[in-house]
Design a protein around this ligand. Structure first.
Ligand SMILES: *[C@@H]1O[C@H](CO)[C@@H](O)[C@H](O)[C@H]1NC(C)=O
Ligand SMILES: *[C@@H]1O[C@H](CO)[C@@H](O)[C@H](O)[C@H]1NC(C)=O
Length: 509
């Protein structure tokens, strides 16, 4: 009896060790000795593909966040393409209802989910699936995608720098399924690189931040836990701080590099060769800089610019009221104001406005002061002096002297014309402002917030004025072939790009 128990005991122990060695060996990357034949096989199957230097190679990335971040990702793509002589496979630009930065796999999923052809089918059929989970059917018309070449001039950058660009406009396949290349890519031809997601892809940048404390393994269960369970825990909530150096970049030989987010220039280094520096300078000034390729958008912007007195005759004031409210959120008076990262959608904006009504008088006053401070911090000193001087005899002086409130559209139009005239003919430093803010508030309608601003600068105008004067129309996008989904309110969704164009023609500081 006892012997049998012993025997069972030994067998168990034996089995346990066999089991453990199965777990440990692969984990420690100690491969069992292989026969010569095995080794041979491995060498042939793992032999790196001999790359043909003339074969075209590619790079791509996953987009995320607002226009500036997506533009920055493209800029970085251009830099990396110039460095590696790879062809860019550009994802389209997404407008509105954007999603923030995420780790590689999540960005990939989000990217695949925005396939509107598939999504529409699911929505029409009332099907709920992974895609409708990520892109709700209720908001399917609140966003759209458009090829970058419809918005920005890619031709001149291709020509000047010899960068090749193809756009992924049909399909959402990436990596081995790359739609731009017809799919069916050999897995060994694809390299995945994302230093914000995979620590093993990059080089340490800020040691202290990234190093995790080493947990002492005191027992077998700890060991199991740290080796088998750790992988399932912890989802990244913010990008890792690693960098891809130029050397590492150049070492990647695969036919396609699929990056994750490319919105951080600091994490993807390129050399400081003359042509790289030239490209960087160009991208700050003249190349891939303004979204001026949509004819109808440009036309609308020009009409507004012209009403404001023309190119370089006005200044733009861009106020982020959510930010000011958030900065000012003291003493708990505004704690229910959700100020969410980056995602200012029309729906959210209106909740902000309602929340702003909830501010008590004192908070409002603080906010107002913050606005004025922000503006004073923002304007050139000569404009500030001009604004502070008494207004010289003029149509503007007459109009302001009447003491009328100048709020109806005709009066406001008179005011604009008087302001433009004064700026052009009498005091060229006198500021005419075009106010843009995230809540779409016209300054004159909210004296509680903008009162002191208007007192100081009577010449403040906004989108609301342009709409009332019918200079900005509700259907300016009509006739633009790319903007052809009747369900999408393009005029509304493209307002941020319109603002960029108008701001671009204002007085440069
Ligand atoms: C980057 O890391 C991922 C995840 O570990 C890996 O699959 C990929 O091969 C790495 N890329 C390169 C170029 O080393
Ligand atoms: C406004 O500020 C908030 C809070 O800082 C920020 O999250 C948001 O991205 C900003 N919006 C714009 C349009 O810049």
């Amino acid at each position: 009896m006892i012997r049998i128990q012993r025997l069972i005991y030994y067998i168990c122990i034996l089995l346990f060790f066999v089991f453990i060695s199965f777990i440990i060996l692969p984990n420690l990357k100690v491969s069992p000795p292989s026969s010569p034949l095995d080794l041979d096989e491995q060498v042939t199957s793992f032999k790196p593909k001999t790359s043909n230097p003339n074969e075209e190679k590619y790079l791509s990335w996953f987009p995320h966040s607002d226009f500036p971040e997506q533009q920055e990702a493209f800029r970085n793509g251009l830099r990396l393409a110039l460095e590696t002589k790879r062809t860019i496979i550009a994802p389209m630009l997404r407008i509105n209802k954007i999603y923030p930065w995420m780790p590689f796999e999540d960005l990939a999923k989000r990217y695949e989910a925005q396939d509107k052809v598939q999504l529409s089918k699911a929505c029409e059929a009332g099907i709920k699936n992974w895609q409708t989970e990520l892109e709700p059917c209720e908001t399917i018309h609140d966003w759209f995608e458009i090829p970058w070449s419809s918005i920005m001039d890619l031709e001149s950058i291709k020509k000047d720098y010899g960068i090749r660009i193809i756009e992924r406009t049909t399909g959402y396949g990436w990596g081995v399924h790359e739609s731009a290349l017809g799919g069916n890519i050999d897995p060994s031809d694809v390299a995945i690189v994302d230093v914000m997601t995979y620590q093993e892809n990059g080089t340490n940048w800020e040691r202290i931040d990234t190093e995790k404390p080493i947990v002492k393994q005191s027992s077998f269960s700890n060991w199991i836990q740290s080796n088998f369970l750790a992988k399932q825990q912890e989802k990244l909530t913010e990008p890792l701080k690693y960098v891809l150096t130029e050397d590492k970049l150049m070492e990647i030989d695969a036919k396609i590099i699929q990056f994750g987010a490319l919105s951080s220039a600091a994490r993807y280094a390129t050399t400081t060769s003359e042509i790289q520096l030239d490209l960087r300078k160009a991208m700050m000034k003249t190349r891939f800089n303004v979204p001026d390729q949509l004819t109808q958008l440009t036309k609308q912007a020009n009409a507004i610019v012209s009403a404001l007195g023309g190119k370089f005759q006005y200044s733009t004031l861009i106020l982020n009221l959510s930010k000011l409210v958030a900065l000012d959120a003291r003493a708990g008076t505004m704690q229910n104001l959700a100020v969410d990262g980056g995602n200012i959608s029309p729906v959210k904006s209106s909740t902000h406005v309602t929340s702003m009504e909830d501010l008590n008088d004192n908070s409002k006053k603080e906010l107002m002061e913050a606005v004025v401070l922000e503006i004073f911090g923002d304007i050139p000193i000569n404009q500030a002096i001009s604004a502070a001087m008494p207004i010289k005899p003029s149509k503007l002086a007459d109009l302001l002297d009447t003491g009328r409130s100048l709020t109806n559209p005709q009066e406001r139009r008179q005011l604009l014309e008087a302001c433009v005239d004064y700026h052009k003919k009498i005091e060229t430093k006198y500021p005419v402002y075009y106010l843009m803010n995230d809540m779409d508030i016209a300054a004159e309608t909210r004296p509680d917030i903008f009162g002191p601003l208007i007192e100081m600068f009577p010449c403040v105008f906004s989108t609301a004025d342009m709409k009332k004067w019918n200079i900005q129309t509700e259907n300016w996008a009509e006739g633009q072939a790319e903007l052809n989904d009747p369900n999408v309110d393009y005029e509304k969704l493209l307002q941020p790009l319109l603002d960029i164009l108008i701001a671009g023609k204002g007085i440069k500081k």
